[in-house]
Design a protein. Structure first.
Length: 264
């Protein structure tokens, strides 16, 4: 009888394990609510053509079975805050800052972010009014009179402050360019792809020019919460690997697709 009971218990445990394996793991991914070809549209809605990076992340479950992704859109500072407390499981796209490791996890190797698993590489540029004397030579600023605007929560803020430049934070690129046109700042430090796209799409910004030397170049990652990793320690490496494979296989095609959509 004891043998039969033990066999029954083993069978129940095996069935429970199979049931747990069959349940999809929810992976809640948040990203910024600003329009670009990485994540299109403004606000909380994820549109039909959601953007390059959204499509890449959506490809992960094809390579990581049993993973179910749900997307949400929020201001970037809120994405970071919710990742830290585990209210979301991952955010993109996050550049590496040592202090952000308490907020969430990056793919690491030898104490540094492993760029094989990056989502993207982007540069920051400095935008100013044509008549403004502000200059950047690739090393130092000159003719700073009021300060430079940057998007709230963006990593470039620390770089600007380390250079001794007064920084004003804006909630949106539109707000930043309005401040620039009103003469309330010397320049606007912004992601080059998105800044250039805005200038192409808005003829009212014809007084704004981009300085030739980039401010910085950074790799960007899908950052995963410590809470998700504690629940599913085997999944984070698989997710980053799947994302890298998707980027290598589909990144150029998607970039061309969205550049064409935005040009039309």
């Amino acid at each position: 009888m004891l043998t039969i009971i033990r066999a029954f218990v083993v069978l129940l445990l095996a069935l429970l394990a199979l049931h747990c394996q069959a349940q999809p793991v929810e992976f809640r991914v948040a990203f910024e609510d600003k329009d670009s070809y990485d994540h299109t549209g403004n606000g909380s809605v994820v549109p039909e053509h959601p953007g390059v990076l959204v499509e890449l992340v959506a490809m992960i479950p094809a390579r990581v079975p049993n993973l179910r992704i749900t997307f949400s859109r929020k201001p970037w500072a809120r994405c970071l805050a919710e990742l830290e407390v585990g209210a979301v499981d991952a955010i993109f796209s996050s550049s590496f800052k040592p202090e952000r490791q308490k907020t969430g996890m990056y793919p690491m190797a030898d104490g540094k972010p492993d760029r094989r698993y990056r989502m993207d590489t982007k540069s920051y540029s400095l935008y100013k009014l044509r008549e403004t004397p502000l200059e950047w030579d690739g090393t130092a600023f000159s003719h700073v009179q009021q300060g430079v605007i940057a998007m709230r929560g963006y990593a470039i803020i620390d770089d600007l402050k380390k250079s001794g430049v007064p920084v004003m934070e804006a909630n949106s690129p539109d707000d930043a360019f309005r401040m620039l046109l009103a003469g309330r700042a010397d320049g606007f430090a912004h992601l080059t792809d998105f800044g250039d796209l805005t200038l192409r799409r808005k003829p009212e910004l014809d007084r704004v020019v981009k300085l030739p030397m980039p401010l910085a170049t950074r790799d960007y990652y899908l950052q995963i919460s410590h809470q998700f990793n504690a629940r599913h320690p085997e999944l984070a490496p698989k997710i980053w690997k799947a994302l890298a494979e998707a980027r290598q296989a589909e990144g150029e095609r998607l970039a061309a697709k969205y550049l064409k959509l935005y040009a039309e």
